[in-house]
Design a protein around this ligand. Structure first.
Ligand SMILES: [Zn+2]
Length: 191
């Protein structure tokens, strides 16, 4: 999905939560920005252009959509962190939920596209094996690394795929338009 659709959907969810906490506009912005977080693995995306070096590293290492940012393991804490920062700053900690919903909505939207997502992959660090280590320690590290690879393989097995071609499907436009209607309604009603 395009950045504008991700922003719109995140904004709608964020607005709804924001309205419940008395901060509909802040919730809208927060949810929208959180909706863009996962795409920092793509140098051409809205956020990726802003933090290009990080985006390039992520994309080269794993490829867009296959990097750790397109998983629940990233989106949940990243959305929560962003939401808590904004919530504490504005004195409304419950706004954190806008961040979480916005960030996780990214995965649901991308799951509707042809490239799909593997949202439940669990990433564990692979450890380096420096030559100076004794054989026994190396063996342990190797066992950890193969276990980490196995966990990643198993949790990454299911590939959620839909039919939407990003930016070229009327269903994406409907989602974006509907989201903005929700934002407008929520903000109007909660005034
Ligand atoms: Zn994405």
């Amino acid at each position: 999905m395009t950045g504008s659709t991700h922003f719109a959907a995140g904004a709608a969810l964020g607005a709804a939560v924001g309205a419940l906490t008395g901060q509909p506009v802040a919730g809208t912005v927060l949810g929208g920005v959180a909706g863009l977080l996962a795409d920092i693995d793509h140098p051409g995306s809205k956020l990726g252009r802003k933090i290009r070096p990080l985006a390039v590293v992520l994309e080269e290492r794993w490829g867009h959509r296959d990097s750790p940012t397109h998983t629940v393991m990233f989106c949940l804490p990243a959305g929560l962190f962003l939401g808590m920062l904004a919530g504490l700053f504005l004195g409304t900690p419950m706004l954190a939920i806008s961040g979480v919903l916005g960030a996780v909505s990214h995965l649901i939207l991308d799951a509707m596209t042809k490239s799909g997502v593997r949202p439940f992959r669990v990433w564990l660090p692979k450890l380096p094996l420096p030559g100076f280590l004794p054989e026994q320690a190396k063996g342990r590290l190797e066992r950890w690394n193969s276990w980490a690879a196995e966990v990643e393989k198993r949790t990454g097995k299911r590939h959620y795929k839909g039919e939407v071609v990003t930016g070229q499907d009327y269903r994406e436009h409907i989602i974006a338009a509907f989201s903005w209607v929700v934002v407008a309604l929520v903000i109007t009603i909660s005034k």
